[in-house]
Each structure stands twice: as structure tokens, then as C-alpha cells.
Design a protein around this ligand. Structure first.
Ligand SMILES: [Fe+2]
Length: 254
């Protein structure tokens, strides 16, 4: 199994225990981290769901902090190299999303990135303008989560507007590993429509941490150079969190 210099990054996970519909125990979380580490992952972005309509940033952050402490305690005795754990959130899009600039705790580590879960179907011009406004604020770099679910429903002008404003697109690993969609995934990657990979792993069974499998598909069908580029981009965004001085298994201060 080829491992990249600097390792792979899983940019979207529900590895934290008992905070959302992801891992339901510390034991399961440790298994998920172990699986990712075995596939060459050196950085895991922890992105529990944040639903603004029913949650508050303060309550969310408290739950995330407590869950991370439990996971780190369990990983302290791990017999494998624990990837760097970087806290973030998968923020459900809402009208007026730019107000999240008031909550830096919802960003991914020190990267200045936010991961947004967009609505299904074609987006209105209001929604697109909302995202562009957030980009223009200079507050953060916007990443759209699992874009394979909705990017292909958008007009070309919407996609171009988002790309021109620096929006990054994250695809789930399953887009590449599923035989029904892998061809489409490779074409989208080669067209420059996918910039980051995440497993969106929720458990060890039906939504597993399958980054290694996705990387193998990309290597075989798009080439090692593209496979390396996508991970280099992820490491660059997270460079402050991955930098020396943040030991594996520790979390950068927010
Ligand atoms: Fe997710």
C-alpha cells in the first residue's frame, strides 16, 4: 500500500463518539481511527453535524470538546500512530449563513475553513449569493460537503460562480468506491470539480472509514499524480494544525 509523504487526510468524519448519528461509542471511534491510520491517514477532521435551527454553537462546542477528551483518553494507549485530530463541524446551510463568521469555533481547526452541508436539489440565486457573500467576507474558506449529492443538479453558471469565489468541493470516498458512480467521480476529479476527500464515516459497518479504498481507485484510474495532489491540497489547508508542535493525537487550540 503506497503511503504519501505527509500522509493522507480524511476531511469529513463522524468519528467523535456520541455527539451525532456517527460513532455511538468510544470503542467504535477507536476502531475507526485505527482503520484510518492503517490506510495512511495522518490527519482526521472531526466534523459532527451542527444544525443551527436546533442547536447553539456554545452547546455544540461543549459536546464536541467532551467527546474529543474521551476519545483522546482512549487513544492515549493506542498501539498505532494516532493521526492528528482536528475539530470542525458539518454546518447545515441556512439562510443568512454568513452570521457564522461570529463563531470561529465552527471552523476547522486553524485552517479558516468551514464545511457546509447544502440542501438537495437546484439552489436558488439567493442561496448561491449567500455562499458568495460568505466567501467575500474574507472570514473563511468555504468547503461544500459531499458535493456528489447536489453539484450535478446545479447550473453551469452556479458552479462557475462558486469556483471563481474559491469554494472548495469535498467528495465522499464512496463516490469513488461505488462501482455505479466511480466513473462519474473520476471524470469530476479530472475536471477540477473535486478538491478534497472525506469518508463521512459514521461507523464501522454501513458507512465505514474507507479512504484507503478511494485513494486506490483514484491512483488506478486517474493516476498517482492526481491522487497525491488531492492530499497535498488537504495538507496545505491544514498546515497549521499538522505543523510540528502539534503531536499526533493532540488537538490544536481553537
Ligand atoms: Fe457528514
Amino acid at each position: 500500500m503506497p503511503l504519501y509523504d505527509g500522509g493522507r487526510i480524511d476531511f469529513h468524519t463522524h468519528v467523535l463518539p456520541c455527539v451525532d448519528d456517527g460513532s455511538q461509542s468510544v470503542h467504535e471511534s477507536v476502531q475507526m481511527v485505527r482503520t484510518l491510520a492503517a490506510s495512511g491517514v495522518t490527519g482526521i477532521v472531526l466534523t459532527p453535524h451542527f444544525y443551527p435551527s436546533i442547536d447553539s454553537p456554545e452547546a455544540f462546542t461543549a459536546r464536541r470538546t467532551a467527546a474529543l477528551a474521551k476519545l483522546k483518553e482512549a487513544l492515549a494507549s493506542a498501539d498505532f500512530a494516532v493521526p492528528t485530530l482536528i475539530p470542525g463541524a458539518e454546518i447545515e446551510y441556512f439562510e443568512g449563513v454568513s452570521v457564522i463568521m461570529e463563531h470561529p469555533e465552527l471552523r476547522i481547526g486553524r485552517s479558516g475553513c468551514v464545511l457546509l452541508e447544502m440542501p438537495m436539489g437546484r439552489w436558488s440565486s439567493y442561496v448561491v449569493d449567500d455562499i458568495v457573500d460568505l466567501c467575500a467576507s474574507g472570514y473563511c474558506r468555504v468547503i461544500l460537503a459531499h458535493v456528489e449529492r447536489y453539484l450535478f443538479d446545479q447550473t453551469r453558471s452556479t458552479v462557475n460562480a462558486l469556483l471563481e469565489n474559491g469554494v472548495l468541493m469535498q467528495s465522499n470516498a464512496s463516490f469513488f468506491t461505488d462501482r455505479r458512480t466511480s466513473g462519474k467521480a473520476i471524470r469530476a476529479l479530472k475536471k477540477g470539480l473535486i478538491h478534497l476527500l472525506g469518508t463521512d464515516a459514521h461507523n464501522m459497518t454501513v458507512r465505514p472509514p474507507n479512504l484507503g479504498e478511494a485513494c486506490s481507485v483514484i491512483e488506478e484510474r486517474a493516476g498517482k499524480e492526481i491522487a497525491q495532489e488531492i492530499m497535498q491540497g488537504a495538507r496545505y489547508l491544514l498546515r497549521a494544525d499538522l505543523a510540528a508542535g502539534v503531536p499526533h493525537g493532540q488537538t490544536a487550540d481553537l
